[in-house]
Design a protein around this ligand. Structure first.
Ligand code: FPP
Length: 241
Protein backbone atom coordinates (compact mmCIF):
# COMPACT_ATOMS: atom_id res chain seq x y z
CA UNK A 1 0.00 0.00 0.00
CA UNK A 2 1.29 3.45 -0.91
CA UNK A 3 1.32 5.97 1.89
CA UNK A 4 2.35 9.57 1.52
CA UNK A 5 2.93 10.21 5.20
CA UNK A 6 6.22 9.29 6.82
CA UNK A 7 6.11 8.84 10.61
CA UNK A 8 7.37 12.36 11.07
CA UNK A 9 4.82 13.75 8.65
CA UNK A 10 2.03 11.80 10.33
CA UNK A 11 2.93 13.61 13.50
CA UNK A 12 2.61 16.86 11.63
CA UNK A 13 -0.69 16.03 9.96
CA UNK A 14 -2.98 14.41 12.48
CA UNK A 15 -6.31 15.96 11.65
CA UNK A 16 -7.93 16.83 8.32
CA UNK A 17 -11.28 18.63 8.18
CA UNK A 18 -13.22 18.60 4.91
CA UNK A 19 -16.03 20.76 3.53
CA UNK A 20 -17.58 18.37 1.01
CA UNK A 21 -18.98 20.79 -1.55
CA UNK A 22 -20.23 20.48 -5.12
CA UNK A 23 -22.70 17.57 -5.07
CA UNK A 24 -25.44 19.70 -6.62
CA UNK A 25 -23.22 21.07 -9.40
CA UNK A 26 -21.88 17.59 -10.16
CA UNK A 27 -25.46 16.40 -10.70
CA UNK A 28 -26.53 19.50 -12.65
CA UNK A 29 -23.61 19.06 -15.07
CA UNK A 30 -25.01 15.63 -15.90
CA UNK A 31 -28.66 16.68 -16.04
CA UNK A 32 -29.34 14.60 -12.92
CA UNK A 33 -31.34 15.48 -9.78
CA UNK A 34 -29.36 16.91 -6.86
CA UNK A 35 -30.20 13.78 -4.83
CA UNK A 36 -27.97 11.72 -7.15
CA UNK A 37 -25.10 14.11 -6.52
CA UNK A 38 -25.51 13.58 -2.77
CA UNK A 39 -25.71 9.81 -3.27
CA UNK A 40 -22.46 9.81 -5.22
CA UNK A 41 -21.03 12.11 -2.51
CA UNK A 42 -21.92 9.59 0.20
CA UNK A 43 -20.00 6.91 -1.75
CA UNK A 44 -16.96 9.20 -1.74
CA UNK A 45 -17.22 9.50 2.04
CA UNK A 46 -16.61 5.75 2.29
CA UNK A 47 -13.60 5.90 -0.04
CA UNK A 48 -12.04 8.88 1.70
CA UNK A 49 -12.52 7.39 5.20
CA UNK A 50 -10.75 4.24 4.01
CA UNK A 51 -7.94 6.21 2.35
CA UNK A 52 -7.43 8.51 5.35
CA UNK A 53 -7.04 5.50 7.66
CA UNK A 54 -4.55 3.86 5.30
CA UNK A 55 -2.56 7.07 4.94
CA UNK A 56 -2.09 7.36 8.71
CA UNK A 57 -4.40 10.32 9.37
CA UNK A 58 -5.72 10.09 12.95
CA UNK A 59 -8.76 12.41 12.78
CA UNK A 60 -11.04 13.23 9.88
CA UNK A 61 -13.87 15.74 10.38
CA UNK A 62 -16.52 15.85 7.65
CA UNK A 63 -19.14 18.57 7.18
CA UNK A 64 -22.21 16.49 6.28
CA UNK A 65 -25.00 18.95 7.14
CA UNK A 66 -24.81 22.53 8.35
CA UNK A 67 -27.30 24.45 10.50
CA UNK A 68 -27.92 26.55 7.37
CA UNK A 69 -28.71 23.43 5.30
CA UNK A 70 -32.08 23.16 7.15
CA UNK A 71 -33.18 26.01 4.86
CA UNK A 72 -32.92 23.85 1.72
CA UNK A 73 -36.13 22.44 0.22
CA UNK A 74 -37.90 19.82 2.37
CA UNK A 75 -37.29 17.24 -0.39
CA UNK A 76 -33.55 17.85 -0.38
CA UNK A 77 -33.37 17.79 3.43
CA UNK A 78 -35.26 14.47 3.39
CA UNK A 79 -32.92 13.05 0.75
CA UNK A 80 -29.89 14.00 2.85
CA UNK A 81 -31.45 12.53 6.01
CA UNK A 82 -32.21 9.28 4.14
CA UNK A 83 -28.62 9.07 2.92
CA UNK A 84 -27.38 9.58 6.46
CA UNK A 85 -29.70 6.88 7.78
CA UNK A 86 -28.39 4.47 5.16
CA UNK A 87 -24.79 5.36 5.88
CA UNK A 88 -25.18 5.01 9.65
CA UNK A 89 -26.91 1.62 9.25
CA UNK A 90 -24.70 0.09 6.58
CA UNK A 91 -21.21 1.14 7.62
CA UNK A 92 -20.84 -0.33 11.09
CA UNK A 93 -19.14 -3.60 10.06
CA UNK A 94 -16.61 -1.92 7.80
CA UNK A 95 -15.88 0.80 10.34
CA UNK A 96 -15.24 -1.82 13.03
CA UNK A 97 -12.98 -3.84 10.73
CA UNK A 98 -10.98 -0.73 9.91
CA UNK A 99 -10.61 0.41 13.53
CA UNK A 100 -12.62 3.59 12.97
CA UNK A 101 -14.20 5.45 15.83
CA UNK A 102 -17.21 7.60 14.90
CA UNK A 103 -18.29 10.72 16.72
CA UNK A 104 -20.69 13.54 15.88
CA UNK A 105 -20.69 17.27 16.47
CA UNK A 106 -23.63 19.64 16.06
CA UNK A 107 -27.11 20.37 17.38
CA UNK A 108 -28.46 16.85 17.73
CA UNK A 109 -31.80 17.97 19.08
CA UNK A 110 -32.67 19.28 15.59
CA UNK A 111 -32.30 15.82 14.00
CA UNK A 112 -35.00 13.11 13.68
CA UNK A 113 -35.14 10.78 16.71
CA UNK A 114 -34.26 7.62 14.76
CA UNK A 115 -31.10 9.26 13.37
CA UNK A 116 -30.12 10.43 16.86
CA UNK A 117 -30.51 6.87 18.10
CA UNK A 118 -28.34 5.50 15.25
CA UNK A 119 -25.70 8.15 16.00
CA UNK A 120 -25.60 7.18 19.67
CA UNK A 121 -25.38 3.49 18.79
CA UNK A 122 -22.47 4.04 16.37
CA UNK A 123 -20.62 6.19 18.90
CA UNK A 124 -20.98 3.56 21.61
CA UNK A 125 -20.13 0.59 19.38
CA UNK A 126 -17.00 2.19 17.93
CA UNK A 127 -15.79 4.05 21.03
CA UNK A 128 -12.75 1.82 21.62
CA UNK A 129 -11.46 1.93 18.03
CA UNK A 130 -8.09 3.64 17.81
CA UNK A 131 -6.86 3.76 14.22
CA UNK A 132 -8.86 6.73 12.93
CA UNK A 133 -11.52 8.95 14.49
CA UNK A 134 -14.13 10.19 12.02
CA UNK A 135 -16.04 13.16 13.34
CA UNK A 136 -19.21 13.91 11.39
CA UNK A 137 -20.54 17.46 11.65
CA UNK A 138 -24.32 17.19 11.47
CA UNK A 139 -26.65 20.12 11.96
CA UNK A 140 -23.42 21.90 12.82
CA UNK A 141 -22.64 25.62 12.86
CA UNK A 142 -19.53 27.08 14.41
CA UNK A 143 -21.08 30.29 15.73
CA UNK A 144 -23.88 28.28 17.34
CA UNK A 145 -21.24 26.02 18.92
CA UNK A 146 -19.38 29.04 20.33
CA UNK A 147 -22.59 30.56 21.73
CA UNK A 148 -23.44 27.19 23.29
CA UNK A 149 -20.00 27.13 24.96
CA UNK A 150 -20.43 30.71 26.23
CA UNK A 151 -23.80 29.80 27.73
CA UNK A 152 -22.32 26.79 29.52
CA UNK A 153 -19.56 28.96 30.99
CA UNK A 154 -22.03 31.67 32.00
CA UNK A 155 -24.12 29.06 33.81
CA UNK A 156 -21.05 27.68 35.61
CA UNK A 157 -20.00 31.20 36.61
CA UNK A 158 -23.47 32.07 37.85
CA UNK A 159 -23.46 28.94 40.02
CA UNK A 160 -20.04 29.93 41.35
CA UNK A 161 -18.39 26.82 39.83
CA UNK A 162 -15.89 28.90 37.85
CA UNK A 163 -14.50 32.43 38.26
CA UNK A 164 -14.55 34.69 35.15
CA UNK A 165 -10.76 35.10 35.51
CA UNK A 166 -10.30 31.36 35.22
CA UNK A 167 -11.75 31.30 31.70
CA UNK A 168 -8.89 31.00 29.20
CA UNK A 169 -8.57 29.47 25.73
CA UNK A 170 -8.10 25.97 27.17
CA UNK A 171 -11.19 26.20 29.39
CA UNK A 172 -13.20 27.63 26.50
CA UNK A 173 -12.08 24.90 24.07
CA UNK A 174 -13.20 22.30 26.61
CA UNK A 175 -16.76 23.61 26.28
CA UNK A 176 -16.88 23.00 22.51
CA UNK A 177 -18.29 19.86 20.86
CA UNK A 178 -14.73 19.04 19.78
CA UNK A 179 -13.31 18.96 23.33
CA UNK A 180 -11.96 15.42 22.88
CA UNK A 181 -10.08 15.94 19.63
CA UNK A 182 -7.09 18.05 18.58
CA UNK A 183 -7.57 21.06 16.29
CA UNK A 184 -7.48 20.40 12.52
CA UNK A 185 -4.08 20.83 10.85
CA UNK A 186 -5.57 21.10 7.38
CA UNK A 187 -8.96 22.21 6.04
CA UNK A 188 -9.94 21.11 2.55
CA UNK A 189 -12.90 22.58 0.70
CA UNK A 190 -13.86 21.02 -2.61
CA UNK A 191 -15.59 22.50 -5.67
CA UNK A 192 -13.47 25.65 -6.02
CA UNK A 193 -15.42 27.74 -3.50
CA UNK A 194 -13.13 29.67 -1.14
CA UNK A 195 -15.16 30.11 2.04
CA UNK A 196 -15.26 28.57 5.49
CA UNK A 197 -19.07 28.62 5.83
CA UNK A 198 -19.31 28.61 9.63
CA UNK A 199 -17.11 25.50 9.95
CA UNK A 200 -14.90 24.97 13.02
CA UNK A 201 -14.00 28.67 13.22
CA UNK A 202 -12.44 28.43 16.69
CA UNK A 203 -10.63 25.17 15.98
CA UNK A 204 -8.96 26.20 12.70
CA UNK A 205 -7.19 29.28 14.03
CA UNK A 206 -3.82 27.91 12.83
CA UNK A 207 -4.94 25.36 10.23
CA UNK A 208 -3.63 25.33 6.69
CA UNK A 209 -6.33 25.84 4.05
CA UNK A 210 -6.57 24.04 0.71
CA UNK A 211 -9.23 24.79 -1.90
CA UNK A 212 -9.59 21.96 -4.38
CA UNK A 213 -11.28 22.50 -7.76
CA UNK A 214 -12.64 18.94 -7.71
CA UNK A 215 -16.38 18.54 -7.04
CA UNK A 216 -16.95 16.29 -4.02
CA UNK A 217 -18.48 13.37 -5.98
CA UNK A 218 -15.22 13.23 -8.01
CA UNK A 219 -12.92 13.53 -4.98
CA UNK A 220 -10.77 10.45 -4.52
CA UNK A 221 -7.69 9.04 -2.87
CA UNK A 222 -5.38 10.47 -5.55
CA UNK A 223 -6.66 14.01 -4.90
CA UNK A 224 -6.29 13.49 -1.14
CA UNK A 225 -2.70 12.31 -1.60
CA UNK A 226 -1.93 15.31 -3.81
CA UNK A 227 -3.27 17.68 -1.15
CA UNK A 228 -1.30 15.95 1.62
CA UNK A 229 1.87 16.25 -0.46
CA UNK A 230 1.15 19.97 -0.88
CA UNK A 231 0.57 20.34 2.87
CA UNK A 232 3.82 18.52 3.66
CA UNK A 233 5.76 21.19 1.75
CA UNK A 234 4.28 24.04 3.77
CA UNK A 235 5.97 25.55 6.78
CA UNK A 236 3.74 26.11 9.79
CA UNK A 237 4.94 28.75 12.17
CA UNK A 238 1.96 29.39 14.49
CA UNK A 239 2.77 33.09 14.54
CA UNK A 240 6.44 32.57 15.45
CA UNK A 241 9.28 33.96 13.33
C1 FPP B 1 -22.54 20.20 -0.51
O1 FPP B 1 -22.95 20.08 -1.85
C2 FPP B 1 -22.80 19.01 0.23
C3 FPP B 1 -23.76 18.87 1.21
C4 FPP B 1 -24.68 19.94 1.61
C5 FPP B 1 -23.94 17.62 1.92
C6 FPP B 1 -22.75 16.72 2.08
C7 FPP B 1 -23.28 15.36 2.16
C8 FPP B 1 -22.75 14.24 1.62
C9 FPP B 1 -21.44 14.22 0.96
C10 FPP B 1 -23.48 12.95 1.65
C11 FPP B 1 -23.90 12.42 2.97
C12 FPP B 1 -22.85 12.38 4.02
C13 FPP B 1 -22.49 11.29 4.74
C14 FPP B 1 -21.57 11.44 5.90
C15 FPP B 1 -22.98 9.95 4.42
P1 FPP B 1 -24.00 21.12 -2.41
O2 FPP B 1 -25.32 20.44 -2.45
O3 FPP B 1 -23.97 22.37 -1.62
O4 FPP B 1 -23.42 21.34 -3.84
P2 FPP B 1 -23.59 22.61 -4.77
O5 FPP B 1 -22.89 23.75 -4.06
O6 FPP B 1 -22.90 22.19 -6.03
O7 FPP B 1 -25.07 22.83 -4.94
Amino acid sequence: MRTVLSNKETQKLQHIAIIMDGNGRWAAKRGMPRSLGHKKGAERVKEVVQAAGELGVKYLTLFAFSTENWQRSPDEVNDLMDLLRQYLKSEITELQENGVRIMFIGEREMLPADIRALMKQLEVETQNNKKLTVCIALSYGSRQEIVHAARKLATLAKRGDIKPDEIDTKVFADMLYTQEIPDPDLVIRTSGEQRLSNYLLWQIAYAELYFSEVLWPDFDRAELEKIIENYNKRERRYGKA
